[in-house]
Design a protein around this ligand. Structure first.
Ligand code: ADP
Ligand code: MG
Length: 581
């Protein structure tokens, strides 16, 4: 490829709305162009990267036995009504009408359509297992589209769906996909972690996210440096403290804390560690009748240690809160606690509430909490003596760095990641809703066991950049680079020798199947180098008259601080070695 024939449109400045480095660099390198909020054109340079991602994904999916198909982007609502998702999904699901006033959706994912195909085409146990996938445009009307391709509204996803005869076979399919994902992410050349994720109602560990490690990642991922334990923050379990609850040493006391409504302020005021304070969170659950009207509400008080944070996914698993909960309203709080948020606690309630203590709080003695009175806290609080034992004790907090690993093999560490893939065992959730059955050996209809497996094709380049960049631009791993080698001739218009050497190297690399770009634009060296550094081409060869006179070219990897001189006649072999081709 010659740069003069390609479309290169680099920018000095990133647009103001580009907050993260991958968005800024993709805009500046001319890889994407914004058309609307969360909607981008993949420009030629960006598309080359996306095509490389797709090719690796496609190869490994095929190798793993999955079969490619393409489902429509626009899908009739009827199928989505069968699973209830047409009504249940929020505004993320883009609903549209055609000229006949019929409802359609723009696919955010495709469980309904694929299950409809499976129930028609997979009739016998002899046809199972099957795994069908597509690499297709998705649309999710995200509340906050941002960070360019990282969280777009329109994006490309690889979505695969497995169909099996029983849970054991489905779990084997799941493991096969998890393994294919490892191959895929290894090939991308990125640092990543497969982490256990919450699998909702199904339970078990059969949901993993593939997270590209990056300091700027949106997700907190938890791992144990001494074992292979890794989970996302929703899933990582905080173990119950090992020791028993210490004996009470202090008397219960009412302590004025004027204006100090946070645990941190109270701890500072009383000169005690934050770990001796307890935070109160008030939730509510509603009972509804058949018409959907609320007939009864229950108020809950959740207690976590002052230095800990509540984890909503874990709270959603506490019996009684597992059918859905909400934050209590201020009137509800006043009615039960007699005071406003800031000074709430479990002692001296106006009306009873259900108390759920985090595992850590359940073994605390002499703790501090709100006194249910403005500007007042209670100190020396002890379970059993000053208040009844909690109604429930559960793991309802986020783990923190240094917590013991749930596998008992060390302490937890936390780093940040970007979710680029997700494998998920679905069970019969969709096959049951859509009656997707097959006939087993005895001729009996049985529900298919399903799994779904996504990869964010267009999010991946953004994640790769978050992980691999410097102040000059992107640094692509070879596997994802839009061009692997940039040939940069200096003074090509003046020197026949330079022109010829550049052309020969370009042709030689092409013949080897290397993605090479020859910069024949006639730009000054500074401009030329800055462009390829911004674009992130990993290998660069500079050809100059002066060098050629000594029979030398200059090679520089995007991560090298200096160029290496390479004999002109040996340059192809040198590059072959460097590229491993
Ligand atoms: N708005 C988005 N923009 C870009 N990629 C996305 C977006 N939403 C999801 N993806 C990608 O698609 C993959 C599969 O999606 P899924 O797990 O269903 O999404 P989520 O985790 O947001 O529920 C995700 O791992 C992610 O890489
Ligand atoms: Mg996901």
């Amino acid at each position: 490829m010659k740069a003069s024939q390609f479309l290169i449109s680099t920018l000095k400045e990133a647009p103001a709305d580009a907050e993260v480095v991958s968005h800024r660099l993709m805009m500046r390198a001319g890889m994407i162009k914004k058309l609307g909020a969360g909607i981008y054109t993949y420009m030629p340079l960006g598309l080359r990267v996306i095509r490389k991602v797709e090719a690796i994904v496609r190869e490994e999916m095929n190798r793993a036995g999955a079969i490619e198909c393409t489902m429509p982007v626009i899908q009739p609502a009827e199928l989505w009504e069968e699973t209830g998702r047409f009504a249940k999904m929020g505004p993320e699901l883009l609903r549209i009408k055609d000229r006949h006033d019929r409802d359609f959706v723009v696919q955010p994912t495709s469980e309904e359509v694929i299950t409809d195909i499976a129930r028609q085409e997979l009739r016998s146990y002899k046809q199972l297992p099957k795994n069908l996938y597509q690499i297709q445009t998705k649309f999710r009307d995200e509340r906050r589209p941002r960070f360019g391709l990282m969280r777009g509204r329109e994006f490309i996803m690889k979505d695969a769906y497995s169909f099996d005869r029983d849970p054991a076979a489905a779990q084997a399919s799941y493991q096969g996909m998890a393994q294919a994902y490892r191959r895929i992410f290894d090939r991308f050349g990125l640092r990543y972690r497969a982490v256990a994720a919450d699998s909702g109602a199904i339970g078990g560990d059969l949901s993993e996210e593939f997270q590209v490690i990056a300091a700027t990642g949106e997700d907190a991922i938890v791992y144990c440096p001494d074992s292979d334990y890794a989970a996302n923050i929703e899933k990582a379990e905080a173990l119950a403290p090992a020791g028993p609850r210490p004996a009470a040493r202090h008397a219960l006391a009412r302590t004025p804390t004027p204006g100090k409504s946070t645990c941190a302020d109270v701890a500072a005021l009383l000169s005690v560690p934050l770990q001796s304070t307890v935070k109160s969170l008030v939730l509510a659950t509603d009972q509804t009748n058949e018409a959907g009207e609320v007939v009864k509400s229950q108020v809950w008080l959740l207690l976590v240690r002052g230095d800990h944070d509540m984890n909503e996914v874990k709270v959603g698993k506490v019996p009684g809160l597992d059918a859905g909960f909400r934050f209590a309203t201020v009137p509800e709080i006043l009615e039960h606690f007699g005071t406003r948020p800031g000074y709430l606690g479990p002692i001296g309630l106006k009306k009873p509430v259900k108390v759920v203590a985090d595992r850590e709080v359940a073994v605390m003695a002499d703790w501090i909490c709100g006194g249910n009175e403005e500007d007042v806290h209670l100190t020396g609080v002890n379970w059993g003596r000053d208040l009844p034992e909690p109604d429930a004790v559960a793991d309802i907090r986020n783990v923190v760095e240094g917590d013991p690993s749930p596998d008992g093999r060390g302490r937890l560490a936390i780093e940040r990641g970007i979710e680029v893939g997700h494998v998920f065992y679905l069970g019969t959730k969709y096959s049951r809703a859509m009656n997707a059955t097959f006939l087993d050996e005895t001729g009996k209809p049985r529900l298919m066991e399903m799994g779904c497996y996504g990869i964010g094709i267009t999010r991946l380049p953004a994640a790769a950049i978050e992980q691999n960049h410097d102040d000059r631009g992107i640094i692509w791993p070879d596997a994802l680079a839009p061009f692997t080698v940039a040939v940069c001739p200096i003074g090509m218009d003046r020197s026949e020798a330079v022109r010829e050497a550049a052309q020969r190297l370009h042709d030689g690399l092409l013949a080897l199947g290397v993605d090479v770009i020859l910069d024949d634009r006639g730009e000054r060296p500074g401009v030329m180098f800055a462009d390829w550094e911004l674009i992130g081409v990993p290998h660069r060869v500079v050809i100059s008259d002066r060098g050629l006179k000594e029979g030398q070219l200059e090679y520089q990897h995007r991560r090298d601080s200096e160029a290496t001189r390479v004999p002109a006649e040996g340059v192809l072999q040198f590059l072959k070695d460097r590229l491993g081709t």
